[in-house]
Each structure stands twice: as structure tokens, then as C-alpha cells.
Design a protein around this ligand. Structure first.
Ligand code: MN
Ligand code: MN
Length: 473
């Protein structure tokens, strides 16, 4: 490489004028690389045990309580320095540290849910010497990903008497797993002629749940009975309890390093638990802040944020109203939310060199180039998104520059190729500034998503810098 003295005038001009697009791994000191790797280790440990929205929230609560955050129900008044959280039904949560500027709020919002297989209300049946469970998928999946993929079960059921029964089967190595067997290639001629979205259809996602019959010739469904006998003896459940229960099947895959250098993470549910973990850690690790800082962990994003625990609900309003009451400030929730500054912390698709044609290579994120700041998402002519104003984008750039955090920008896909929404549109409707900021990933919404450790660390540093910054836009 030419040293500064040897560079021509135009080389220097180019350096000054051209945008720099390069790997965040370049020019890292060994100790910085070490920090990135050890942060990723903590992240892998967290998502290993956070494979459903409920598990994720309960792990968040444990971490918050270890770090001095109190349940708001136990808090009468709030003053600067206080740490608290508000838990909505164990599925969505807001964690907060009150700042000296009580009326200035900075919020980073991520989501705890990921695509998965839920059960139909009456899922259990017996056929061909097996007991099976019918599923109803949740979120945007390629259904063929879910066959031949070992699965584990998490959720809760209730007995008729109202006893809550937590069910967790398959996460430990010595526990059985579950599976949806695919059709053998020898007999798949007709199947392989189908469109990708029909190769495996929703009604075909039936999970093998049991196999051994009860030893009684007079009983017709011997395997189904044996499965129910097991569930009854172990958990006190009967078939009707499936009608009430909330049971979710997720890939039995442990988070792992990817690549010979271990530079990437492969795991299920990184959309969006990578932003959950980084924004949670940022909230906890911030040393000094003047504004009130909040990490918002929402649910149901993968199905459009609708429903009682989604970002489309009034959770932010009820939270803010309680905050106003307990801090005693003279504000309405509308005023407070309108001048809140926010980040929608969510992932975006990275350029996959094997599928280049779906992206504009000059306007897409690349793994390892740092956090992605996207002015807008959505689809078509910018539907279903917020479009952050330039003033706020400039503010984001300043935070990245001042803290030397690698960042990039892009769009998810070529125009009219598809698209996707985040909670940005639900945060911004209060009038608050909001922009999407998160790592990019490969194989998004698959059973093993892939992220760069450098991007994960950039996300953590960016959210922390945003929390620490005291300036208004
Ligand atoms: Mn997401
Ligand atoms: Mn998603």
C-alpha cells in the first residue's frame, strides 16, 4: 500500500471523497478481537436458553434482577439512578434506568419472538404405528427447513384444576428430540416438481411425538393412549389440556461458531435475540447517562406486532403513564413519547454471494462491516415502514463516528423484490424519532441463522453509545 507521501493528488482526493466500505475486522488490535469473541460467548450462552418469547423474557428478568433492577409493582416512586422493569404477561418487557433528565427518554426496542412451530388446538393423533402432533407455523418460514430438523419443545399447559405445567423437553443432550420426517428422494418425483412453497405444506408439518403402544389388544389407539398416559403420569395432563396449552417447537440446535476462524455465530432465533442481548447488555453496562434509558423487548413482531404483547399494543402508553405517575413529572404520555428518541433494534438481510441477484450490491449490508443503520425498510414504494428524517440519520452517524463504531447502510432486497417490516413504524407513530439499527445476517428466518461477531459487538457498542449520549437532535 502506498504511504501518504507516495500517494498522488487524486489518490488522496479519492480517499477523502469516496465512501469507505470495508471489513470491521481490519486493523483490530488482538485485545479488541479477544473482546469481540468473549462478548459472542456470552451471547451464545444467552440465546441457548432463550428459544421462545417466554424463555427469553424470563432470562432477561434474571439478568436484570442480578443487576439491581426492580419489578415496578414493588416500586412506589422513581428518581434518577433507579433501575426497574415492567413485565407484561411474561412475554414483553420494558427495562429502564432513570436519568437526571427525567423527561428525556432514549429507547431501544427489539423483539423476543422468532418463527417457530406452534401446535394446533387438538394436535394429537395416531397413524402408522406413531403418535403425531399437528402444527400451525408462526411467522415467516420456508416450511421445507423444518423437516428432518431435530426439534425441542417448550411451553406451558394447565390441568383442568388450574395447575400450571411448564414443559421443556429436548434442550438437554440426554433428552429425546422430535422430528418431522421428509419424504425419501426415491419416492419424491411428484414432490420435487412442486413449487418451493408447496414442497412441504403447512398441513404436512406433523411431528413424530411417540411410538410405543400400550399393551392392550382391546384398545384401538394404543400409541396415542400410551403418550397420554405418559403425559398424565408425569405432568397430570389429559388430551383436552392441549386445547388450552401454549406449546412451541423450535430447532434443537445449540449456538455454534461458524467458519474455520470462528468469526461468525450460527444459531436459531438470532432474529431478533441478537438485538435483545446487545441492547440488554448495553442498558446494564452504561456507566454514565443523563437521559432516562429504556430497552423495550416486544413480542409478536414476526406476525405483525398485533395483539396484547405486540408493539402495536398500548404497552408503551401504559408504561409511560406509570413512569409519569411515579416520577411525578408534569407531562402527558403524548408529550413524553413525542420527544423520545428511539432505535428499532432489528436485523436485516446480508448479501449472500450465492444469491446476489435479489439485492442491489451497492445498497445492501455485508456481514462483518459493522452495524447496519437503515433509514427505512418496508416494501414497494416504502410501505409498512418509518422513514427516518435526515437530521436523525446525521445524529446516528455522529454517534458511530465519535465512538469509532463500524457501520454501514443498505436496503433489504432490490426494489419490489420483497421486503420486511420492523417495529419502527409502531414506535414512530407517537411522533418520536426512530431508525432501524441492527446487525445483518445470512439465512434469516431459517433454523440456523448466521451473524458476524464483529457486527454483534458493533451493535452492543452502538446501543450503549446511544444511551450515553446526552444531546438532542
Ligand atoms: Mn426481526
Ligand atoms: Mn423476522
Amino acid at each position: 500500500m502506498a504511504t501518504d507521501q507516495k500517494k498522488t493528488k487524486n489518490q488522496k482526493l479519492q480517499e477523502k471523497l469516496f465512501i469507505k466500505k470495508e471489513s470491521a475486522w481490519l486493523d483490530l488490535k488482538p485485545e479488541e478481537q479477544k473482546k469481540i469473541f468473549s462478548f459472542a460467548d456470552g451471547y451464545k450462552e444467552f440465546i441457548k436458553n432463550s428459544k421462545t418469547e417466554r424463555l427469553c423474557i424470563s432470562n432477561i428478568v434474571s439478568i436484570l434482577e442480578e443487576n439491581g433492577f426492580k419489578d415496578i409493582r414493588k416500586v412506589k416512586d422513581l428518581k434518577p439512578g433507579d433501575r426497574f422493569y415492567k413485565n407484561f404477561k411474561g412475554k414483553t418487557l420494558l427495562a429502564c434506568r432513570v436519568g437526571e433528565n427525567i423527561e428525556n427518554i432514549r429507547l431501544v426496542g427489539s423483539h423476543v419472538d422468532s418463527p417457530r412451530l406452534d401446535l394446533k388446538p387438538s394436535p394429537l393423533y395416531e397413524d402408522a404405528e406413531m403418535a403425531l402432533l399437528q402444527t400451525h407455523y408462526y411467522g415467516g418460514i420456508k416450511k421445507y427447513h423444518w423437516v428432518n430438523q431435530p426439534l425441542e419443545l417448550h411451553g406451558i399447559a394447565f390441568t383442568r384444576e388450574g395447575k400450571e405445567v411448564p414443559l421443556h423437553i429436548g434442550a438437554e443432550d440426554d433428552e429425546p428430540k422430535f422430528i418431522i420426517p421428509d419424504l425419501l428422494p426415491h419416492l419424491a418425483q411428484e414432490q420435487m416438481k412442486k413449487n418451493g412453497n408447496k414442497v412441504v405444506e403447512g398441513e404436512e408439518l406433523n411431528i413424530v411425538f411417540g411410538h410405543i403402544p400400550i399393551n392392550d389388544k382391546d384398545i384401538k389407539e394404543k400409541i396415542k393412549l400410551n403418550v397420554l398416559k405418559y403425559l398424565n403420569e408425569k405432568y397430570g395432563l389429559v388430551e383436552e389440556d392441549f386445547n388450552i396449552a401454549e406449546l412451541e417447537f423450535v430447532p434443537a440446535v445449540k449456538p455454534m461458531d461458524i467458519g474455520i476462524d470462528g468469526g461468525m455465530v450460527g444459531a436459531y432465533g438470532q432474529d431478533d435475540r441478537v438485538c435483545v442481548y446487545t441492547s440488554l447488555k448495553a442498558l446494564i453496562d452504561v456507566q454514565s447517562h443523563t437521559d432516562t434509558i429504556i430497552s423495550y423487548f416486544s413480542d409478536k413482531e414476526e406476525t405483525g406486532s398485533m395483539g396484547d404483547t405486540g408493539a402495536e399494543s398500548f404497552a408503551l402508553i401504559t408504561f409511560t403513564s406509570e413512569y409519569i405517575r411515579k416520577t411525578g413529572i408534569d407531562f402527558t404520555w403524548e408529550q413524553l413519547l413525542e420527544h423520545t428518541m428511539s432505535i428499532s433494534a432489528d436485523v436485516t438481510g446480508a448479501l449472500d454471494p450465492t444469491y446476489k441477484s435479489v439485492n442491489d450490491p451497492g445498497n445492501v449490508s455485508y456481514v462483518g462491516r459493522g452495524i447496519s443503520i437503515e433509514k427505512y425498510g418496508g416494501r414497494g414504494g416504502k410501505y409498512s415502514t418509518n422513514d427516518a428524517r435526515a437530521e436523525y440519520m446525521q445524529y446516528m452517524r455522529r454517534i458511530a463516528d465519535e465512538n469509532k463504531i463500524p457501520w454501514q447502510t443498505g436496503e433489504q432486497g432490490k426494489i419490489d423484490t420483497g421486503g420486511g417490516g420492523t417495529i419502527a413504524m409502531f414506535l414512530s407513530r407517537y411522533g418520536m424519532d426512530c431508525v432501524d439499527v441492527g446487525p445483518c445476517m445470512l439465512a434469516m428466518h431459517s433454523t440456523c441463522e448466521v451473524t458476524s461477531k464483529a457486527d454483534i459487538y458493533s451493535a452492543y457498542r452502538f446501543y450503549m453509545a446511544f444511551f450515553q449520549d446526552g444531546e438532542d437532535v
